[in-house]
Design a protein. Structure first.
Length: 736
């Protein structure tokens, strides 16, 4: 918002009512220059009484607290005069200084107290009760305070959000302002979170030349990061060069100098892969080469079980369970008994679950300590239910956290502190990206068995790479493809239709029976109305399925039958406002107690607790829960993730999407009792077979498709797979 569109408020901070140390959100009382008093809210880190402040923003009315001035950005000056300095220091905004120490300092140094505090801690140490070490600590805390203020003012002058200053300071400390002035492009790093466009605008405004090598280098990194978000481990150098040149308006031949900088610094690695020069972000290159080496070594490793009669164990298992393993399931057990790396893949109804249970029982009989894991909370919960054993998300198993120093996820479990297990069964492996697979392999011992389970025909991982598919295509690993649909599953039209779609055959949309239904609604608005009606009334009333067990899926976020509009309609239908429900608005979206929400990025710092007083940190991308309490006064709320109650502040609502409706991509790894699939026209890049196949296979008991049969036909016939640049298959095959 332009400054001329904002109102201006000037005065002196009288008191700070609330401050959140995590995001800088502040509520303060301002003595306005016209003699009035105002409540000011916004991201104003380390505000303190006595400061002079100019705030730009707009007046709003809070449901509980009345009129407030919501600050978009502020400028602050340090207090002057002994009285204002005393108010400032006595507020405890400076660590180690309270009212008594403030009175001592101001009584001795008067109007010069802040200059002494900043530059001459030795003078403070001359005062009664203040040691030299304590004086230096107070001086350092004050410099931190003033450094943050200068940083905020620098960013605020460019129209950048104050929260960026808080993140910069966490990363670079007292050098943050110097660092960002020297290289504004650090703002676009993952841990700071500004867009490349924002960082670029600041750099150009501060004199960076359009063809400066550091600008080109930053643009190259942006392109590589952007494309890794789209699933690529590398980009061919010609495509990277062309995209970067177009992004910042320079000639392709000028890009080479910026690339040389990144090669010299080690941020980028280039090497030949499949007849192209592949350019990798260094961490992705390290991940891909590590994964290829470990998996290739494991694939070639036989691990016989001396003294154990596998045939006898399998016969005992069949007798105990009253079954006869199918030939391919028997092959799976033989492979698991003798190989270090085994891959199990197959569509719905082909016996993957039975195979996993059998492999687990086999490992138990062999005396192996086995762990179970899956990429998402929903997938881990389902794995636990079907095996009767504890299963964890991969992130929790590896004890993940975020490191600002390395700008990446780090895992406590690694080569220096490995998992204590003899075997690891990893489910839903189509979701596992390159970086996560590297972390898994680093955390297991050199003789640990690894069983990778999944459906290679589902969508690939959201993150870079197509690891599961590439491992299978390499031919290096012992792979069992389960193809037979078992008799009890032949009665499910969900299973039969999924296999038809996977073969490129249009399922029979007229035979509404056996858990599979199609409702023709060619108009998107009509489709949306039907979807809401199904969730609100028709399925709960006619099929006995509660709304909470119905998941709406759609290929797209946009349009009347996309997730954004459907969630608004479903919120109004399933969780309307009422006098007994608290709610708040963030970024134009209403969040209400009782709302179903999904975490859309990994956050390793969120505290959660359970009713049994168990606690921990971390909520991960794809976790679904319900908002169970909102505290407007504290600007905070909590979300119940299947018994784990996580605490948020309002600013963190950006990490959550409403989840009555979600995209097919976001549903990977989950299974729902009932799925309502929106099948209306969307962008062409979303109209393809594996997306439809993934959506259909999310339904366990009931699938209702609402939309246009021409859309189903188009998706079924479109067998394209989005190309992903990855060298894993070649490295596993050729040993590169």
């Amino acid at each position: 918002m332009r400054e001329q569109e904002l109102e201006k408020l000037e005065g002196q901070v009288a008191s700070v009512i609330y401050f959140n140390d995590d995001n800088g959100y502040t509520v303060l009382r301002l003595d306005v220059d016209d003699g009035s008093q105002a409540i000011v809210v916004g991201c104003i880190p380390m505000a303190a009484p006595g400061e002079s402040m100019t705030a730009w923003g707009n007046w709003t009315r809070h449901a509980a607290h009345g009129e407030q001035f919501k600050a978009v950005h502020t400028e602050r000056t340090m207090p002057s005069g002994a009285s204002a300095i005393f108010d400032y220091l006595s507020s405890r905004v400076i660590k180690g200084i309270g009212p008594a120490t403030a009175a001592l300092i101001v009584g001795k140094f008067g109007d010069d107290a802040l200059n002494v505090l900043r530059d001459h801690p030795e003078k403070l140490a001359a005062l009664r009760g203040i040691s030299m070490s304590k004086a230096e600590e107070m001086s350092a805390a004050f410099r931190h305070q003033t450094g943050m203020r200068s940083l905020m003012e620098f960013l605020g002058s460019a129209g950048l959000a104050p929260i960026l200053a808080l993140r910069l300071y966490r990363c670079y400390g007292d050098e943050a302002l110097e660092k960002v002035e020297e290289n504004p492009y650090i703002l676009s790093s993952v841990q700071v979170g500004a867009s490349f466009a924002e960082a670029d605008a600041l750099a150009l405004a501060n004199g960076t030349e359009a063809d400066a090598p550091e600008r080109i280098a930053a643009a190259l990194l942006f392109e590589l990061r952007h494309n890794s978000d789209n699933g690529h481990c590398f980009l061919p150098v010609d495509k990277l060069t062309a995209a970067t040149a177009q992004l910042i308006g320079v000639e392709p031949e000028q890009v080479g100098e910026g690339l040389d900088i990144l090669l010299d610094s080690g941020d980028v690695v280039c090497e030949p892969v499949a007849n192209v020069t592949a350019c990798y972000l260094a961490p992705l290159y390290a991940a891909e080469t590590y994964v290829a080496q470990r998996l290739r070594d494991m694939a070639g490793q036989a691990l016989p079980a001396p003294g154990v009669h596998i045939e006898y164990i399998i016969e005992q298992m069949e007798a105990e369970q009253g079954i006869r393993f199918a030939p391919l399931q028997r092959k799976t057990l033989d492979a698991a008994a003798s190989r270090q790396l085994v891959v199990i893949t197959g569509g719905p109804g082909t016996g993957k679950t039975t195979s996993v249970r059998a492999v687990l029982a086999l490992f138990d009989a062999m005396g192996l300590e086995t762990m179970l894991a899956a990429p998402t909370g929903q997938a881990a919960k389902r794995l636990s239910e079907v095996t009767g054993r504890d299963a964890s998300t991969i992130h929790r198993l590896l004890e993940a956290s975020f490191s600002p120093e390395t700008d990446s996820t780090v895992f406590r479990k690694s080569e220096s502190d490995r998992l204590r297990c003899d075997a690891l069964i990893l489910d839903e492996c189509s979701m596992v990206d390159m970086a996560l697979m590297k972390a898994v392999l680093a955390a297991i011992g050199p003789s640990c068995r690894l069983v990778l389970v999944g459906d290679a025909d589902q969508l690939p991982s959201v993150g870079p790479g197509a690891v599961f598919r590439d491992v299978i295509r390499s031919g290096a690993a012992e792979t069992v493809r389960l193809t037979e649909i078992f008799r009890q599953k032949l009665e499910s039209r969900i299973v039969l239709s999924a296999h038809q779609i996977n073969r490129g055959e249009l399922p029979d949309l007229r035979a509404n029976k056996a858990g599979f239904y199609f409702l023709r609604r060619r108009d998107p608005d009509s489709a949306a109305e039907t979807i809401v009606s199904l969730c609100q009334e028709r399925l709960p009333k006619n099929m006995g399925i509660p709304s909470g067990q119905i998941q709406v899926l759609t290929p797209t976020r946009k349009g009347p039958a996309g997730t954004e509009e459907l969630n608004k309609r479903l919120q109004q239908a399933l969780n309307p406002p009422s006098a007994g429900k608290q709610e708040f608005v963030f970024a134009g979206r209403t969040y209400r107690e009782g709302d179903r929400v999904m975490q859309i990025r990994n956050d390793y710092d969120i505290l959660w607790k359970t009713g049994s007083l168990e606690s921990g940190y971390g909520v991960f991308n794809g976790d679904i829960g319900y908002i169970d309490a909102i505290d407007p006064a504290a600007e905070a709320f909590s979300v119940d993730f299947d018994g784990r109650r996580a605490e948020y502040v309002f600013e963190q609502a950006s990490e959550l999407d409403h989840a009555w409706a979600t995209t097919v991509h976001k549903s990977q790894g989950s299974e729902y009792r009932a799925v309502v699939l929106s099948a209306v026209r969307a962008a062409p890049q979303l109209m393809y077979r594996s997306l439809l196949y993934t959506a259909v296979t999310r339904a366990a008991e009931l699938l209702v498709i609402v939309g246009d049969e021409d859309v189903i036909r188009t998706m079924t016939e479109n067998s394209r797979r989005a190309k992903r640049y990855s060298g894993l298959r070649i490295r596993m095959t050729d040993g590169a």
